[in-house]
Design a protein around this ligand. Structure first.
Ligand code: ZN
Ligand code: ZN
Length: 260
């Protein structure tokens, strides 16, 4: 379509930002306006060096350096980094558009954000593979794609870290983690992943990528299986977004408040 025609269509039928409802400017890109993207709150230090949970500046040094009250009880991953806060953010909206509304174009912007996050928090030379958290084949059939695989493909081509999507799979079609307590999340996800090609994973340093991290039970279970079944050397994790303290499941929040 030529540029004049495109501008005319935009002028006659302005699309609205899916987050704030304002008219989109063609320069904004798809579905979400620049103002909303500018309001994204990126996670900065202090955070827990182990699980990446954003901490209060008054937190103890040991919480920042070793582990915090939000770290999973038995953390298997090397470290986790999350890029931005989830709730009511343009990132959250973009993830929903990609996951639930079939807007695969959002994978471009989300991959761009993930690449920036990798460059800021991690070193791409530390990894042999990017592995997107897998979804069950029934979900892939229904949605048509695994959203993290779409993002992973683009992140892989920008960072040069090869993408591996065939060796690690979800074998149980579990109900969504949303609305479950911390303990229920661990139970719900346990035993739902498997390594089907150990020789590809053995002794590899893996960067697992996911969209949103709440309690960390999903990525921790993935790391456990990749290390124990797959004999991986190390599994680090990066997620686009992070659920803030106030939105964590009640039992996790209560347990954390007692320790703080
Ligand atoms: Zn907006
Ligand atoms: Zn932590």
């Amino acid at each position: 379509m030529n540029a004049i025609l495109k501008s005319l269509i935009w002028f006659l039928y302005p699309a609205q930002c899916r987050r704030c409802g304002e008219n989109l400017d063609p320069a904004d890109g798809y579905y979400i306006c620049k103002l909303c993207w500018d309001q994204v709150e990126y996670i900065k230090r202090p955070y827990c060096e182990k699980c990446g949970f954003p901490l209060n500046p008054l937190s103890s040094l040991s919480e920042m350096i070793f582990s915090c009250a939000n770290c999973p009880d038995e953390s298997k991953f090397g470290k986790v980094r999350s890029i931005a806060y989830y709730h009511n953010s343009a990132i959250g909206e973009a993830i929903r558009l990609l996951k639930d509304n079939g807007k695969t174009i959002m994978a471009d912007k989300l991959a761009e954000i993930m690449v920036k996050g990798i460059n800021e928090f991690l070193d791409s030379k530390d990894y042999d593979f990017i592995i997107p958290v897998p979804i069950h084949k029934k979900k892939v059939r229904k949605r048509g794609y695994n959203q993290m695989e779409l993002i992973g493909r683009k992140v892989s081509s920008k960072t040069g870290i090869p993408l591996e999507t065939k060796s690690f799979v979800k074998i149980k079609n579990t109900p969504p983690q949303r609305g479950l307590t911390g303990k229920e999340r661990i139970q719900n996800i346990k035993g739902s992943f498997s390594v089907i090609n150990t020789s590809n994973i053995e002794r590899k340093r893996i960067l697992l990528i996911d969209d949103v991290m709440t309690t960390g039970s999903t990525v921790n279970e993935c790391a456990r299986v990749l290390l124990e079944e797959g004999k991986a050397d190390n599994v680090d994790v990066i997620t686009l977004a992070r659920v803030a303290f106030s939105d964590l499941p009640d039992d996790i929040r209560d347990a954390m408040s007692q320790q703080i």
